[in-house]
Ligand binder design. Structure first.
Ligand code: ZN
Length: 392
């Protein structure tokens, strides 16, 4: 168990104090439940009376619930509490792939139902309409209390204002996506870059204990990283942190969708691998075909995939050299390529950095389900609305 007592801002009003203390209780329960009221008092540093009062109103609000009794240490056995998984529902969207995916998610990150709508080359306003259709369909007939909508989208996203500054795939530039969705549905909306969202999903739902620092690299249609530093998502000065898929180590090379040439994405993304593999094996048209040919040992395909893994690996080595982050996770459709691909990325990354850093760096697959962006967008919403999720 960890210590949840934190410092309250000076000159806090009564209401601020109460909200702050409520978040302490909620956070402690979210990370370590089930807990008794006595456990909560010890962990948060609040008095037993305050804890009972806060717990009472959180139960009334549907956010926490009693889950039986714990072991007695002499007197009456204590009632145990936890965050009510369905106390609020969230809608998470992933707009980073060739189809838009969405899901209704509970506070534990369980997916209650999900849906996909094919993008079919839509962009601009038509793609915004598709976002509305997806949310309408997910909302249909459901009256559960909705905490809000979290959106993971490709490109450079200003999460503060919910603006897509630039998304090459969708032809969105300075699009106020967050405000548009918010005014249509009347609930809070957050928008984040898809790789940033993936990093939040890993941090919030799958990593125990939570690492302070974490790099999550998403390889799918594109290549991007989400960087967690000191328990917080690091977005950079212009929200573009982790856009290393558009770094071109050597000038020149194949044209990239971003308008430049030779970006890492033109060689190491799944899209690039499928295109390259098709030149030796014309039947390969998608990720499944690529992975099957790779696993079957088709000579040319194996070479193409492993060369790309090495190239990605040296870029990962640069990240490790700059940040000295010990946990590096790879997520997204690329997980279909399996351990052979990962081993090559790892070998290449670790052989390109100082031995001292390499020896305690772990490069692994993350929680690779297709839902990682949906869950990450939900995690960001939970953090903003309830103070849950991110490291203390
Ligand atoms: Zn590029």
């Amino acid at each position: 168990m960890s210590d949840y007592s934190t410092v309250l801002p000076e000159k806090a009003t009564h209401r601020q104090t109460r909200t702050f203390n409520q978040q302490l209780v909620l956070r402690a329960l979210y990370d370590d439940s089930p807990l008794s009221r006595a456990d909560l008092a010890r962990l948060t540093g609040l008095t037993r009376t305050s804890v009972s009062d806060l717990v009472g109103s959180l139960i009334d609000d549907g956010l926490i619930e009693e889950v039986g009794r714990g072991r007695s240490s002499g007197g009456k056995s204590p009632i145990l509490l936890r965050v009510a998984p369905e106390g609020r529902l969230l809608i998470g969207l992933d707009l980073a792939d060739s189809q838009f995916s969405g899901a209704v998610v509970n506070l534990r990150g369980d997916i209650l139902r999900s849906m996909q709508l094919p993008l079919e080359g839509l962009d601009g306003d038509a793609a915004v309409e598709l976002v509305f259709r997806l949310v309408d369909a997910l909302r249909a007939g459901d009256r559960s209390p909705l905490l809000g909508i979290g959106i993971g989208a490709p490109g450079v996203i200003d999460t503060r204002s919910g603006t897509v500054r630039w998304s090459v795939n969708l032809e969105w530039a300075d699009l106020p996506l967050g405000p548009l969705v918010e005014s249509r549905y009347g609930v809070p909306v957050v928008v984040a870059n898809d790789s940033h969202a993936a990093a939040l999903a890993e941090l919030t739902f799958y990593r125990r204990p939570r690492p302070n620092n974490l790099i999550v690299i998403k390889v799918g249609r594109g290549v991007g990283a989400g960087v967690i530093l000191n328990g917080q998502l690091f977005q950079g000065d212009g929200y573009g942190a982790g856009e290393f898929g558009h770094v071109s180590p050597a000038h020149g090379g194949a044209p990239c969708r971003c308008g430049r040439e030779g970006c890492l994405e033109t060689r190491a993304s799944m899209r690039a691998l499928i295109d390259a593999a098709r030149t030796v094996e014309p039947t390969i048209t998608d990720e499944i075909g690529l992975a099957a040919a790779f696993h079957a040992g088709v000579t040319g395909v194996r070479q193409i995939v492993l060369d790309a893994a090495r190239e990605l690996g040296s870029a990962v080595g640069w990240l490790i050299g700059v940040l000295n982050v010990r946990h590096v996770l790879l997520v997204g459709p690329v997980a279909a390529l399996g351990e052979d691909w990962l081993a090559e990325v790892r070998r290449s990354a670790l052989s390109s950095v100082l031995g001292l850093l390499a020896q305690d760096t772990q490069i692994e697959f993350g929680h690779v389900h297709d839902d990682v962006v949906v869950l990450g967008a939900s995690a960001l919403l939970m953090e903003q609305q309830l103070g849950l999720g991110l490291a203390r």
